[in-house]
Write a protein that binds this ligand. Sequence first.
Ligand SMILES: O=C(O)CCC(=O)C(=O)O
Length: 283
Amino acid sequence: MTTMKSSVAERDDAMSIDRATIDRFDADGAVVLRGVLSADELRALALGVERNLSSPGELAAVASSKNDPGQFIEDFCNWQRIPEYESTLKHSALPHIAAQLMQSQTARIYHDHLLVKTAGTRQPTPWHQDQPYYNVSGEQNVSFWIPVDPIQRESTLEFLAGSHRMGWLMPRTFMTQQAQWFPEGSLRDIPDMTQPEMRERVVGWALQPGDCVAFHMLTLHAASGSTTKRRVFSARYLGDDARYAPRPWRTSPEFPGLRERLADGAVMDDPLFPLVWPQKRND
Ligand SMILES: O=C(O)CCC(=O)C(=O)O
């Protein structure tokens, strides 16, 4: 772990994000970042992913439908038990990049999310925003979608550029598209993403291991199935304006016990969400 930490320190300047990328993130709610993780960091992260797959956490879930030759495997909130995840979240360039993209003085871990599609799965990820499923308010936030396998353009995560400015759109269950959280008609629906005027605003990138995409928690995003094995680790961070927003519905993930520790509207100051930027020497 020490070597990973120092390699990042050496790369500190290189991980300063240019103004154009920050502006693009602000305007589109999604950007591609190349070569963010070093070969050592990537090897460690892939090891963490394998450790996670062989020892799933309590929140792990597998989606597969009849006749689907593959699976979509998810898991959440494992960084405290998987050292490679903790190191990625705390000691890679990600916290610094997160603070810059969020235009925030601080960056706090929100959670980690494993998203694996096995080769051949036809399980799509439907168009959705993330924040309605989360227990946090505020505009300064970012998720990094970090593949440890090469990702072709056709199976990458896609985004509707600018959709983080559309407000909340109706969240629906992934498998059956039910409006489970709000009554039908009470929120605008997600636009018809097959329409040409929507398709021309869609962005997405082929990615090599070490690259990632960064996106806002309100940016609409989706992915198709995958012909190849697609192991992705997602690292989610919160900025200065993030506040606890307990929901009357079950969030994804839930953080059991948090309601007893944090007041509605409080800063997310809890051991579950450590501050990781600015970095302290002994972290
Ligand atoms: O990996 C996927 O297919 C979906 C990713 C996603 O929805 C997310 O990271 O919020």
